[in-house]
Design a protein around this ligand. Structure first.
Ligand SMILES: [Zn+2]
Length: 143
C-alpha cells in the first residue's frame, strides 16, 4: 500500500517549497533546514516569553550559587570558547545600544514636556510672562 503524500508547502523562512513530514503536515511551518528551524524556534520562543513573562524569573539565584561553588568556571569557559565570547560581546553591544536609544527617547520626551510647559506660561502682564519664559529657558539650558 502506498502512503499518501501531503501537498507541498512553502517555507515561511526561506520561501522554498518542501514536502512536509506526513504526521505533522498540518502544523509544520518550516522546510526543515537548520537555519529555518532555528528561525522558527526563535520566533515561537519569543511568543512563549511574551505569553509567560515570569517563566525565567528566579533562575539566576540558582546559577549564582552554582558559580560560587565552581570558582573560575566562567573564565575557563570563555577562554576555551572564543566564538561564544564574540557572540556574547556582540549581544552586550546590541542591548547597550538599544538601552541608549530608549533613554534618548525618554530624554527627548522630558525636554519636549518642559518646553511645552514654558510655552503655556502666563504672567500678570506681558513683561512678567516674558520674564517667566526666559527663566524657564535658562532653567532648561542650565540642566
Ligand atoms: Zn526554509
Amino acid at each position: 500500500m502506498k502512503h499518501p503524500v501531503p501537498a507541498q508547502n512553502r517555507c515561511q523562512y526561506c520561501g522554498e517549497y518542501y514536502t512536509p513530514y506526513i504526521r505533522t503536515a498540518s502544523v509544520q511551518k518550516s522546510c526543515g533546514k537548520v537555519a529555518c528551524r532555528k528561525k522558527h524556534k526563535r520566533e515561537i520562543h519569543k511568543l512563549w516569553i511574551s505569553r509567560n513573562p515570569n517563566c525565567y524569573r528566579g533562575w539566576y539565584g540558582k546559577v549564582k550559587k552554582w558559580l560560587a561553588a565552581h570558582p573560575g568556571y566562567l573564565k575557563r569557559y570563555r577562554a576555551a570558547h572564543p566564538e561564544y565570547v564574540h557572540k556574547d560581546n556582540a549581544g552586550h553591544r546590541r542591548r547597550k545600544q538599544k538601552m541608549k536609544r530608549f533613554r534618548a527617547d525618554i530624554r527627548d520626551g522630558l525636554l519636549r514636556r518642559r518646553i511645552m510647559k514654558i510655552q503655556t506660561l502666563k504672567g500678570a502682564d506681558i513683561q512678567e510672562t516674558l520674564n517667566l519664559k526666559v527663566d524657564g529657558i535658562i532653567g532648561i539650558m542650565g540642566g
